[in-house]
Design a protein around this ligand. Structure first.
Ligand code: ASP
Ligand code: MG
Length: 475
C-alpha cells in the first residue's frame, strides 16, 4: 500500500500484516476476548507486525440496543432504561473480568480508565433514550447513533484488554476511519474517502507497530454523522479496512469452522469447504450462507486480497480460504446455500404478450418500494420473481396490478448449488435437476456467471431437497 509519494510501508510493506475481524460470539465474554488476544498475538508473532483488529458488538448487544430504541421511541422510558442498565452491567463486568485482577502494575488505573469510557458511553445512551421518550419519534440517524454504541464499546474493551495483556492495542474511532454515504442504517462506505481516512487514522499506528482496534459496522458521513452499514455489517467493515490498507489477508473469525457444503442443521453430513473462489463465495453469501455478509467479498476481490473464515474456538483449524482461483479438485459443485421465508410474485402481462418496456415497469415498482429481488424467471407473458423482504409486498402488488395481473405465494425457499466448474461441465446442471425430480420446482435459474443453479421450491420441501443434493454431490 502507500500511494505515490507516500513513505509509509503499510500492511503491504516488507512485513505484510493481516486484518482480523471478530464476530459477536468471538467477543461475547471475557473468555472469548482472551481467545481473541491469543489469536492476535499469534498473528503478530508470525507476521512481525499488526494485526489490525475489527470487532463486532458483543453478541446480542445490537439487538438489545435496537430494542431499547423502540422502547424509548414508544415512550416506555423506564423499560428502555432498565435494559440500558443491564447492558451497562454486562460491559462493566466484562471489563472487570479482563482488567480487574490486580496482578498487573497498572491494573487498577487501566480498569478505572476503561470503566470511565464505558460509563461515558452509557451516559450518552441514557441521554438519547430520555430525549426519544419525550420526542416519541426515532429517525434513522438516531437509530444509527444508538446501534453504533455496541461496536464502540466492544472495541474499547478489546483495545484495553490487549494492552493489559502486554500487546500494543490502540483504540481507533471507526467514525474517523470508515467514511460512508448518508443512507442511515445501511450506509455504503465511500472507498476513496475511506482509504484516505484509513491512511490517516490507522496506517500510522500500523507503521508504529501498534495493534489498531476498531468497531465494525460503524462509520460516519463526510459531515460526521454516525452511520451503520446494515445488520451483520462488521464483516463488510473488516473487508473495507483490509482493502483500504492493502492487507496480506482478511480473516473473518467466527463460531463455525468455515463455509460448509450445506446447512449442518438440515444436513448433518455437511463438511468444511477448504477452498472457494471469490465468485463462489459471493454467490453463497448472497444466496443464504450465513457465515459471511454478502458485501464482504467485493472489496477483497477488487484488491485481490485473500479472505479466510476461521473458528475462534479452534484457531488451528484451516478454515475456508477464499481467493481468486477456484479449488483445483475435481468436484463439480463446491457448496450449497439455502434461504427460506421467500415469496414468489408472479406478474402476468395484461396484454397477451409482454410489451416493450414491461420489464422496466415491473422493476421500477420494486425499486420504488426499495425491495430487492433475488431470482427472476420469465416466459412469454409472465415474470416470476422472489423477494425475501415482505414489508412492502402489499404496496408492490397493488402497484403491479395497475398494469398486470399479479399473484403471490409465500412460504417458498431458494436452494442454490454453487461451483465454478459448472461452467465447464454443463451436464452438472441436468444432474442437479434430475436428483430433485420428485420435488416440485417452482422456478429454475442459471445466470450469466454460470457458477450457480438456483431452484425455488416450497419451504416444506427444502430439507429433503438439500439431503438429495448433498448425497449426490458431497458424500
Ligand atoms: N453488531 C452488528 C449486528 O449485529 C454488526 C455485526 O455484528 O456484524 O448486526
Ligand atoms: Mg454479528
Amino acid at each position: 500500500m502507500g500511494g505515490a509519494g507516500s513513505s509509509s510501508a503499510g500492511l503491504r510493506g516488507g512485513r505484510r500484516g493481516v486484518v482480523q475481524k471478530f464476530g459477536g460470539t468471538s467477543v461475547a465474554d471475557p473468555d472469548a476476548i482472551r481467545r481473541l488476544i491469543d489469536i492476535a498475538r499469534a498473528a503478530r508473532a508470525r507476521d512481525g507486525r499488526g494485526p489490525v483488529i475489527v470487532v463486532s458488538a458483543m453478541s446480542q448487544v445490537t439487538d438489545a440496543l435496537l430494542a431499547v430504541t423502540e422502547e424509548a421511541g414508544a415512550s416506555r422510558a423506564e423499560s428502555a432504561l432498565a435494559q440500558v442498565e443491564h447492558l451497562r452491567r454486562r460491559h462493566l463486568e466484562t471489563a472487570q473480568a479482563l482488567l480487574g485482577d490486580h496482578a498487573g502494575p497498572d491494573a487498577p488505573a487501566a480498569l478505572a480508565a476503561l470503566a470511565a469510557q464505558i460509563n461515558q458511553q452509557f451516559e450518552e445512551l441514557v441521554a438519547v433514550v430520555k430525549t426519544l421518550a419525550v420526542l416519541r419519534e426515532v429517525s434513522a440517524r438516531t437509530r444509527d447513533v444508538i446501534a453504533a454504541m455496541g461496536e464502540l464499546l466492544s472495541s474499547r474493551i478489546v483495545a484495553a484488554a490487549l494492552v493489559y495483556a502486554g500487546l500494543p492495542g490502540e483504540w481507533v474511532d471507526a467514525r474517523r476511519a470508515i467514511v460512508t454515504d448518508g443512507n442511515h442504517t445501511r450506509a455504503m462506505p465511500l472507498m476513496p474517502e475511506t482509504t484516505a481516512a484509513l491512511r490517516t487514522a490507522v496506517l500510522p499506528l500500523v507503521d508504529a507497530d501498534r495493534i489498531p482496534v476498531l468497531g465494525g459496522f460503524v462509520g460516519a458521513t463526510v459531515e460526521g454523522h454516525t452511520t451503520t452499514l446494515g445488520r451483520g455489517g462488521s464483516d463488510y467493515s473488516g473487508a473495507v479496512v483490509g482493502a483500504g490498507l492493502g492487507a496480506a489477508e482478511i480473516q473473518i473469525w467466527t463460531d463455525v469452522d468455515g463455509m460448509l457444503t450445506g446447512d449442518p442443521r438440515v444436513v448433518p453430513a455437511s463438511r468444511l469447504v477448504p477452498r472457494l473462489s471469490f465468485g463462489e463465495a459471493a454467490e453463497l453469501a448472497y444466496f443464504g450462507a450465513k457465515v459471511l455478509h454478502p458485501s464482504t467479498i467485493f472489496p477483497a476481490m477488487e484488491r485481490n486480497i485473500p479472505v479466510r473464515i476461521l473458528n475462534s474456538r479452534k484457531p488451528d483449524g484451516g478454515g475456508t480460504l477464499i481467493t481468486a482461483e477456484a479449488a483445483a479438485d475435481g468436484d463439480p459443485l463446491t457448496a450449497m446455500a439455502a434461504k427460506s421465508g421467500l415469496t414468489v410474485v408472479d406478474i402476468t402481462s395484461s396484454r397477451m404478450l409482454m410489451a416493450y418496456g414491461f420489464l422496466r415497469k415491473v422493476f421500477e415498482v420494486f425499486e420504488r418500494f426499495e425491495t430487492s429481488v433475488d431470482v427472476v424467471t420469465t416466459s412469454e407473458v409472465s415474470v416470476s420473481v422472489t423477494v425475501d423482504d415482505r414489508r412492502h409486498l402489499e404496496g408492490i402488488v397493488d402497484a403491479l396490478s395497475e398494469f398486470a395481473s399479479v399473484s403471490s405465494e409465500p412460504g417458498m425457499a431458494l436452494l442454490c448449488a454453487v461451483g465454478d466448474r459448472l461452467r465447464a461441465e454443463p451436464g452438472t446442471g441436468a444432474r442437479v435437476i434430475r436428483v430433485l425430480e420428485e420435488v416440485p420446482l417452482r422456478m429454475i435459474s442459471q445466470a450469466a456467471s454460470r457458477r450457480n443453479i438456483t431452484v425455488i421450491l416450497r419451504e416444506a420441501d427444502l430439507p429433503h431437497a438439500m439431503h438429495r443434493l448433498h448425497e449426490e454431490f458431497f458424500t
